[in-house]
Write a protein that binds this ligand. Structure first.
Ligand code: SAH
Ligand code: SF4
Ligand code: F3S
Length: 479
C-alpha cells in the first residue's frame, strides 16, 4: 500500500487550493494509474496532502486480487466515514472516491453498501475524473463509472508531470485474455489491449527529459504487447514474423532513447515469451537481467486445472532458453499454494521445480477464493491450515535461494542506479541490475546516476556496498 501524498512535495508558492489524498493498493499498474490521476487533478488545483484529514478529495485506488485486499477497502471506507461527517459539519465537504479493480468488480455493491462513497470508477474511467468532479460538485450525487475503453483512457491523459526520481513506470499494455481459473484480472481490467508504439516512445522521451533513467514497462501480461511499427522510427528494427512489433522490438526502440539507461518489464506470462524477447534480453545491455515470470505451480495436474496453458516442463525449457541468452538472469516468479484439489504430491512438485530452477526472489500466496471465477466453484477446496503449512515451506525454500543469490554478489562490482537518500546520513539507496536494493555511503550528487559499487555484504532486505575507485571493473553482464 502506498500513499501518493506522502511522496509529493506541497505546491510551490503557498497554500494549495484543494487537497487530494490517494491511497494505492495492489499492483504496479495501480501505482501508475494513481500517479496519472494526480497528473489529471493538478490543473484542477488539487495538490497532494499528507493525510486524509486535510483532503477535499480522497481516492482509494483498490485491488481485488485476493479477499483480504478487497476487505481492506470496506474497512478503509468505514474509517473515513466519521472524518467525512466531521468535515461536512464544519462546512468543508470531503469527496470520497473508490477507484481501481474493486470499483470495477463490485461497483454497484459499493454504491449500495457504502453511502459515504460519492464516486466509483474503474481503471478505464479515471481520465473522466475532471468531468466526474464537476458533476459531483453540481449534484453532490453518487457517480458510477465503470465502462471499458482503454484506448480512450490513454488518449485523454495529460503529459506526464515532473517524475518522482530517476525511475518511472510506463504502462504499455492492459488487461488479460488468459482467464486463469483463480484470477479476477480479466474481469476487472478487461481484455488485452496494447498502447501504440509511437505514444509509448513519446511518453518515454518525455520522462527521459524529466530526468528518468530507468523505465519499467508495465502490463498484466506485458510480453503480450504488440502493435504496428511506428512510422519514421525504429529503422533497422526487424519486426516479428507477423509484421508487428512485440515487446522485444519495443525494448530495442526504447533502448535507443537518449537518457534512458535501463529498461525493465513486468509481469510476463510464459505463453507470450517469444524468441524476440529472449533475443532482446541477450542483446541489449540496457535491458536489465531480471525476469519476473510467474509459474504458479510445479504440478501439471494443477497447472491444467488452473488453465495456465503450459506445463512445468514447458516453463523449465523456457527458463533454459532465457538463461542461454542471458546467463546471469535473476529469476523471479509467483506461486499459489492450496489451489482446489492440490495434494501433498502436487505441492512437492512445486518445491521440486523451485529446487531445480533456482529463484533470486518470488512472491507466494495462499489461494483465495474469488467470487465469479471458475475455481471458486471447484470441489476439494484446501483447508486454511494446510495452505499455511505449504506457504511456510515454500517461502523457506525461496528465502534460501534468495539469500544464496544475494550472497553470490559479494565481492562483485555492480552498476547501481542511486534513487534516494538512505536512513543514515551520507547514505544513498539504489538498485543493482538484479533489482536488489543496495545501500552505500555516497554523495548526494550521485542521485540519479549509475555508479560502480563493490558489494561487501548481504542483509535480509538489501546489499551493502562501497563506492569503487576508478572505472567499473565488472559490468552488469559479467558473471
Ligand atoms: N498477470 C500477472 C499477475 C496477476 S496477479 C500474471 O499472470 O503473472 C499477481 C499474482 O497474484 C498472480 O501471479 C497469482 O500468483 C496471484 N493471484 C491471482 N489470483 C489469486 C487468487 N485468487 N488467490 C491467490 N493468489 C492469486
Ligand atoms: Fe490473472 Fe492469469 Fe491473467 Fe495473470 S495471466 S492476470 S494470473 S488470468
Ligand atoms: Fe489488484 Fe487489479 Fe492489480 S486486482 S493486482 S490492482 S490488476
Amino acid at each position: 500500500m502506498t500513499d501518493i501524498a506522502a511522496q509529493e512535495k506541497p505546491a510551490p508558492g503557498g497554500r494549495a487550493a484543494k487537497g487530494v489524498f490517494i491511497r494505492t493498493y495492489g499492483c504496479q499498474m495501480n501505482v501508475y494509474d494513481s500517479e496519472r490521476m494526480a497528473d489529471l487533478l493538478r490543473p484542477l488545483g488539487y495538490r497532494a496532502v499528507a493525510a486524509p484529514e486535510a483532503a477535499d478529495l480522497v481516492i482509494l485506488n483498490t485491488c481485488h486480487i485476493r479477499e483480504k485486499a478487497t476487505e481492506k477497502v470496506f474497512s478503509d471506507i468505514g474509517r473515513l466515514k466519521p472524518l467525512k461527517d466531521a468535515r461536512a459539519a464544519q462546512g468543508r465537504p470531503m469527496l470520497l472516491a473508490v477507484a481501481g479493480c474493486v470499483a470495477q468488480a463490485e461497483g454497484g455493491e459499493i454504491a449500495a453498501r457504502a453511502p459515504a462513497v460519492d464516486m466509483v470508477f474503474g481503471p478505464q474511467a479515471y481520465h473522466r475524473l475532471p468531468e466526474m468532479l464537476a458533476r459531483a460538485a453540481r449534484e453532490r450525487g453518487e457517480i458510477l463509472e465503470t465502462d471499458f475503453s482503454v484506448e480512450e483512457k490513454f488518449d485523454r491523459l495529460p503529459e506526464r508531470s515532473a517524475a518522482g526520481g530517476p525511475t518511472a513506470f510506463l504502462t504499455i499494455q492492459e488487461g488479460c485474455d488468459k482467464f486463469c481459473a483463480f484470477c479476477v484480472v480479466p474481469y476487472t481490467r478487461g481484455s488485452e489491449v496494447s498502447r501504440p508504439a509511437a505514444a509509448l516512445i513519446a511518453e518515454a522521451e518525455s520522462l527521459a527529459r524529466r530526468g528518468v533513467r530507468e523505465l519499467t514497462l508495465l502490463g498484466q501480461n506485458v510480453n503480450a504487447w504488440s502493435a504496428p511499427a511506428p512510422a519514421g522510427f525504429g529503422a533497422g528494427i526487424k519486426p516479428r514474423k507477423d509484421g508487428l512489433w512485440g515487446l522485444g522490438q519495443l525494448c530495442r526502440a526504447l533502448s535507443r532513447l537518449e537518457g534512458i539507461e535501463r529498461l525493465r518489464f513486468t509481469t510476463s506470462h510464459p505463453r507470450d515469451m517469444d524468441d524476440d524477447i529472449i533475443e532482446a534480453l541477450g542483446a541489449l545491455d540496457k535491458l536489465m537481467p531480471y525476469l519476473h515470470l510467474p509459474v504458479q505451480s510445479g504440478s501439471d495436474r494443477i497447472l491444467k486445472a488452473m488453465n495456465r496453458g503450459h506445463t512445468a516442463a514447458d516453463y523449465a525449457a523456457l527458463i533454459g532458453r532465457v538463461r542461454a541468452a542471458r546467463p546471469d538472469i535473476a529469476l523471479s516468479g509467483d506461486f499459489i499454494v492450496g489451489f482446489p484439489g492440490e495434494t501433498d504430491e502436487d505441492f512437492k512438485e512445486t518445491l521440486a521445480l523451485i529446487e531445480t530452477l533456482g529463484y533470486a526472489s518470488a512472491y507466494s500466496f495462499k489461494y483465495s477464493r474469488r467470487p465469479g471465477t471458475p475455481a471458486a466453484g471447484l470441489p476439494k477446496q484446501v483447508p486454511e491450515a494446510v495452505k499455511d503449512e505449504r506457504l511456510a515451506a515454500l517461502q523457506a525454500a525461496i528465502e534460501t535461494q534468495r539469500r544464496a543469490f544475494a550472497e553470490a554478489q559479494t565481492g562483485r562490482v555492480l552498476p547501481v542506479l542511486f534513487e534516494k537518500k538512505g536512513r543514515h546520513s551520507g547514505q544513498l539507496i539504489g538498485r543493482s541490475p538484479y533489482l536488489q536494493s543496495v545501500h552505500a555511503t555516497a554523495p548526494e550528487s550521485m542521485l540519479g546516476s549509475i555508479i560502480p559499487v563493490r558489494i561487501c555484504g548481504a542483509t535480509p532486505n538489501a546489499l551493502a556496498g562501497e563506492l569503487c575507485e576508478g572505472p567499473m571493473t565488472a559490468s552488469a553482464r559479467a558473471v
